[in-house]
Ligand binder design. Structure first.
Ligand SMILES: Nc1ncnc2c1ncn2[C@@H]1O[C@H](COP(=O)(O)OP(=O)(O)OP(=O)(O)O)[C@@H](O)[C@H]1O
Ligand SMILES: [Mg+2]
Length: 174
């Protein structure tokens, strides 16, 4: 597996979509955006393409699960959602009833794995930030303090850190 995987997901839209997905390719159907010679369609290839019909469980099982479980074996991983406003980042993260977001599915799998492993002690540290207009918000703060922005500092090793709320959850098996 490549170190970096890039996937695209199309949000359901009541309007006919200008995008079409076939196999792992996404096509731009809009005539105005055809290549100058008018031949063929503009095509972009990704590691995975998820159509309007995809569910958050599809995204989780193909893109997220292996990274999440890999972390319990000491492998660092990042899942980065990128897209214009309204494109479905929050929906993919949090989901809704009957379409659970990848965040909740991650926690369920992590806790199931931890509980099944009687030979190790795990400590999970969990922070939850929003970066918006170059300001950082700590989403684990009580709702009355959610508007407070976080100060970002640089330590002696030139690493950035920020004071934050975090919960430490530990499960210790005797
Ligand atoms: N796959 C999907 N299935 C059903 N509804 C979706 C899907 N993706 C997005 N939506 C709906 O589209 C709307 C916009 O999505 P969402 O809030 O997730 O966008 P966003 O990328 O987080 O935008 P912003 O950058 O403004 O936070 C929401 O009402 C959401 O419920
Ligand atoms: Mg959002």
């Amino acid at each position: 597996m490549e170190n970096i995987q890039v996937a695209v997901r199309i949000r359901p839209d009541p309007e006919p979509s200008i995008w079409a997905i076939h196999d792992q390719h996404i096509f731009l159907n809009n005539q105005m955006r055809k290549p100058p010679n008018g031949q063929g369609r503009t095509t972009f290839a990704f590691d995975h393409c998820f159509s309007q019909d995809s569910k958050n469980t599809d995204i989780y099982s193909k893109e997220v699960k292996s990274l999440v479980l890999g972390s319990t074996n000491g492998i660092n991983g990042t899942i980065f959602l990128y897209g214009q406003t309204g494109s479905g980042k929050t929906y993919t993260m949090l989901g809704k009833e009957n379409d659970e977001g990848v965040l909740l599915q991650s926690f369920k799998d992590l806790f199931a794995k931890i509980e099944a492993d009687l030979n190790k002690t795990y400590v999970l540290r969990c922070s939850y930030f929003e970066i918006y207009n170059e300001q950082i918000f700590d989403l684990l703060k009580p709702s009355s303090k959610l508007q407070e922005t976080l100060q970002v500092n640089e330590d002696q090793k030139k690493e950035f850190f920020s004071e934050r709320t975090h919960r430490i959850i530990s499960i210790i098996h005797q």
